[in-house]
Write a protein that binds this ligand. Structure first.
Ligand SMILES: NC(=O)c1ccc[n+]([C@@H]2O[C@H](COP(=O)([O-])OP(=O)(O)OC[C@H]3O[C@@H](n4cnc5c(N)ncnc54)[C@H](OP(=O)(O)O)[C@@H]3O)[C@@H](O)[C@H]2O)c1
Length: 249
């Protein structure tokens, strides 16, 4: 990870779960880390908690608001310099079936998981072209972008299949243009985070889901992020599929 020391990383959705663990891991590795989420109170102390407040920047952002996304990235650049690493982590799912789920939930999943991820990629690429140095974009995909298990949420899976397609099309675009930007995806199975409570709408149901098997922890996913970032410049890890040992599908 020496290549990234003092370089600027943006982590979207760092107020809980995977994004929070990744922010801590990148600070630990000597990067300057900028994070965003809607719950400012959950992100503003990360730098101090990690013991590196001088290398930390947090801003309240609703990532579904295009203007707020642009303003966040502009603030990061003005605070330090253009971004080198983008961890496109923010994402959510709502349980529901295609024959009855409210369209508003479809919109939110597709907006955040697909459109926002692509917007953040676009804005980061613009900043990366300003320094034209080695850079990396990491998408948080999902095993739900690789298979559709029974009783799964169709629209959530569709959003994560889209992330998988976007990873490959970005790889091809970057190959065509010869830019020094790598792209990788991490595709987890069940990770114990805030995801299941939002998904099911119930803290009890979330507990039951996470108690059903020895699931992954956010730190396991942060390790996978460090693995893809720490490869030498000629190595591009395309996707990391990572499941709990006891997860069947
Ligand atoms: N947990 C799993 O089993 C699992 C499995 C596969 C893939 N993933 C993927 O991993 C990623 C992280 O999820 P997680 O499991 O860590 O879930 P989480 O604990 O619920 O974290 C989701 C993060 O996204 C942020 N977010 C949601 N809507 C936002 C918005 N409109 N604007 C700004 N930030 C927003 C949340 O912050 P605020 O609510 O404070 O805004 C939170 O920080 C997601 O892309 C998810 O699809 C998770």
């Amino acid at each position: 990870m020496d290549q990234w020391k003092d370089k600027v990383a943006v982590v979207t959705g760092a107020s809980s779960g995977i994004g929070r663990a990744v922010a801590f891991a990148l600070l630990e590795q000597g990067m300057r880390v900028a994070v965003c989420a809607r719950r400012l109170e959950k992100i503003e102390t990360i730098g101090e908690e990690a013991g590196h407040p001088e290398r930390f920047f947090a801003k309240r952002v609703d990532l579904r608001n295009e203007g707020e996304v642009h303003s966040f990235f502009a603030d990061v650049k003005n605070h330090w310099q253009p971004v080198h690493v983008l961890i496109n982590n923010a994402g959510l799912g709502y349980a529901g079936t295609l024959d009855s789920q409210p369209v508003s939930e479809w919109r939110e999943m597709l907006e955040l998981n697909v459109i926002t991820l692509s917007l953040c990629t676009q804005v980061a690429l613009t900043q990366m072209s300003e320094h034209d140095q080695d850079s990396h974009i990491v998408h948080l995909g999902s095993m739900s972008g690789h298979r559709v298990p029974a009783k799964s949420n169709g629209m959530y899976a569709a959003s994560k299949y889209a992330v998988r397609a976007l990873t490959e099309s970005l790889r091809q675009e970057l190959h065509e243009t010869g830019r020094p930007v790598r792209v990788s995806s991490i595709s987890p199975g069940l990770v114990e985070t805030g995801f299941a409570e939002r998904y099911s709408g119930s803290a009890e149901a979330a507990k039951k889901t996470y108690r059903a098997l020895h699931c992954l922890q956010s730190e396991d996913i942060a390790s996978a992020v460090l693995y893809v970032l720490s490869q030498p410049a000629h190595v591009q890890v395309h996707d990391v599929l990572i499941r709990p040992k006891n997860q069947a599908l």
